[in-house]
Design a protein around this ligand. Structure first.
Ligand code: NAD
Length: 255
């Protein structure tokens, strides 16, 4: 097991991509701290399955992030692997985009990664080894209408990734982002009703003509595919991959 003795903190890991990444890291022996919302019984079951701890920090709250990193450090050890994955979406034209939703998306999808990184990086530097993996998106490279906050946050995380990669380049710490196209998770499922309303389309039309319209493979990426790439980034063979924005988007951004 390649991650024996490593501690991994995966934000937004109670479902979707984050959960798949947490499972992949735990399967290779990492001690995992889960984070995210959900049904208490289901989260307890996940903790048992992965031998993981769960912290319920709301990542829009910097004080809660600070407490989560402190708890991880005290109970498991400082994170060797930090996966900034938590994210939310809201779909609306910019002129009617609720300011509260804008603030929440920037806080959770972008600023939270700043806070976890600034708090976790010093211990990684001390050990001379670390992996920071940010879940960005094809929307870190290209835009879609009605997703102004999400696209802004994802472009932001891509720039943040490059900056920290340069700052940590000589310290054994790599910093990368993974940019999936559409992955079939609750985040995607939940935006279907709003998109149906905004564009006056059926569910099938939204899935095939909107979501997969730009994805040449015409299939959703799986959370397990994203997790396999995250796991590769944790390997020693990935030590020279840093500051990269790795697309996994079925050819979307090749167009
Ligand atoms: P998801 O809804 O299944 O998972 C989101 C996770 O974030 C959940 O665990 C949720 O509880 C957690 N979360 C939400 N708000 C939080 C908060 N305030 N504090 C702490 N945790 C919070 O969605 P997903 O598709 O797995 O999304 C994971 C990441 O992947 C996001 O950053 C998303 O932008 C990105 N992404 C998703 C897709 C896709 O098509 N699904 C594509 C590209 C990028």
């Amino acid at each position: 097991m390649i991650l024996e003795g490593k501690v991994a903190l995966v934000t937004g890991s109670t479902s979707g991509i984050g959960l798949a990444i947490a499972r992949a890291l735990a399967a290779e022996g990492a001690a995992v701290m889960l984070n995210g919302f959900g049904d208490a019984g289901e989260i307890e079951r996940l903790c048992e399955e992965l031998g993981a701890l769960h912290d319920s920090a709301d990542l829009s709250d910097p004080a809660a992030i600070e407490a989560m990193i402190a708890r991880c450090s005290a109970e498991l050890g400082p994170p060797d692997i930090l996966v900034n994955n938590a994210g939310i979406q809201h779909v609306s034209p910019v002129e009617s985009f609720p300011p509260g939703k804008w603030d929440a998306i920037i806080a959770i999808n972008l600023s939270a990664a700043f806070h976890t990184t600034r708090l976790a990086l010093p211990a990684m530097r001390d050990k001379g080894w670390g992996r920071i993996i940010n879940t960005a998106s094809a929307h870190s490279l290209v835009a879609s209408p009605n997703k102004s906050a999400y696209v802004a946050a994802k472009h932001g995380i891509a720039g943040f990734t490059k900056t920290v990669a340069l700052e940590a380049a000589r310290d054994g710490v790599t910093v990368n982002c993974i940019s999936p196209g559409y992955v079939w998770t609750s985040l995607v499922e939940n935006q279907i009703p709003d998109t149906m309303k905004a564009r006056n389309l059926t569910r099938e039309q939204v899935m095939n003509d909107v979501l997969l319209a730009a994805q040449p493979t015409k299939r959703f990426v799986s959370p397990e595919e994203v997790a396999a790439l995250a796991l590769f980034l944790c390997r020693e063979e990935a030590a020279s991959i840093t500051g990269a924005n790795l697309s996994m988007d079925g050819g979307w951004t090749a167009q």
